[in-house]
Design a protein around this ligand. Structure first.
Ligand SMILES: [Zn+2]
Length: 338
């Protein structure tokens, strides 16, 4: 099969790789209908995460089950499935509590920018759609594998409720889908923090009521201006830098919540300052498996259209251009056709 391999920072290539095979009885092999480049793929692509050896890359996927191991009972060959970027058994105490990304037997997915993918814990990880989906829905269904589920978790973790004022730090695909999530959860006012016109526009279409282009201290001041000096009830942190996390915490009212889903790079929070804010923090790798059934239903019913975050559509063979375009912020998110 063909698959993307990251060799070194800035060097991602499509190569001929061995077809994946069933290794554990609980595995499934999925022929991918669609895959994409994640913002978190840019950390190793930019050399911020070290690349020590050529590594198959990609962790967002949906497609048709090709083969299952003898221990798999909930999905069968021919079904269209979507799975989380972290494979989980869905039976351990963490999974039963809805935290499948902390599964006692979790396996981080990689190698999904490819034609075929081995998915461990297939029964726990994959959710099948009732029928073959309309091809036009593929981009939106693909987002449920990570980026939409992560934006949704940011809103859940921040404690978004109907009527709230919500601020979203980060205008990447996760932040934009955090806006969509907050809107669907009934937030009354949604402040998107973005200085890029096409992203501001999409944020507004997803439900943002205000756009704040400032950053850092100026952004915090604007949030307080917009909320009568109080701060937002809930803030979604969708970047992962120290500046973004500080901005999120300082934009939140006492008693409010920050949902943080950006993978932290250089974030440190002084205990004394956090103590004084009286803000709740909850975040981490999103347990998207918890949300898959509901988000699949909402997508199939046409109630949400998260696939609109894809503004670049490429054949898998042009994956390198997808990375370049996202790295240079020419594209929000690159969709790949295997
Ligand atoms: Zn588990």
């Amino acid at each position: 099969m063909r698959g993307a391999v990251l060799h070194a920072p800035g060097d991602v290539r499509i190569e001929q790789l061995p077809d994946p095979a069933i290794v554990e009885p609980t595995d499934a092999i999925v022929r991918l209908s669609a895959t994409c480049v994640c913002g978190s793929d840019l950390w190793p692509y930019r050399g911020i995460n070290e690349v020590t050896e050529p590594t198959p890359i990609g962790h967002e996927y949906c497609g048709v089950v090709e083969e299952v191991g003898p221990g798999v009972s909930s999905v069968r060959p021919g079904q269209f499935v979507i799975g989380s970027f972290i494979a989980s058994d869905n039976t351990c105490p963490h999974c039963r509590a809805g935290y499948q990304s902390a599964c006692a037997h979790k396996v981080g997915m990689t190698g999904a920018q490819a034609e075929l993918l081995r998915v461990p814990h297939a029964d726990g990880t994959l959710v099948a759609t009732p029928d073959d989906p309309d091809p036009e829905l593929l981009p939106s269904l693909l987002t449920l594998s990570d980026v939409m589920g992560t934006g949704w978790f940011a809103a859940v973790a921040a404690g978004v409720r109907p009527g709230m004022t919500v601020a979203v730090v980060g205008d990447g695909a996760v932040g934009l889908l955090g806006v969509l999530s907050a809107r669907r959860m009934g937030a009354e006012r949604i402040i998107a923090m973005s200085r890029h016109e096409p992203r501001q526009k999409l944020a507004t279409e997803f439900g943002a009521t205000d756009v704040v282009p400032e950053r850092g201290d100026d952004a915090v001041a604007r949030i307080h201006d917009l909320t009568d000096g109080v701060g937002a009830d809930a803030v979604l942190e969708c970047v992962g830098t120290g500046e973004a996390m500080t901005q999120a915490i300082r934009s939140t009212r006492a008693g409010g919540g920050v949902g943080f889903v950006g993978v932290p790079h250089g974030v440190s929070i002084p205990g004394g300052r956090l103590f004084a804010t009286m803000v709740r923090l909850h975040g981490g790798p999103a347990p998207v498996r918890r949300f898959l059934p509901d988000l699949i239903d909402a997508t199939l019913r046409g109630e949400i259209d998260p696939g609109r975050v894809f503004d670049l559509d490429l054949p898998l063979d042009e994956v390198a251009e997808g990375y370049r375009a996202m790295d240079e912020r020419r594209a929000i998110k690159a969709y790949l056709r295997p």
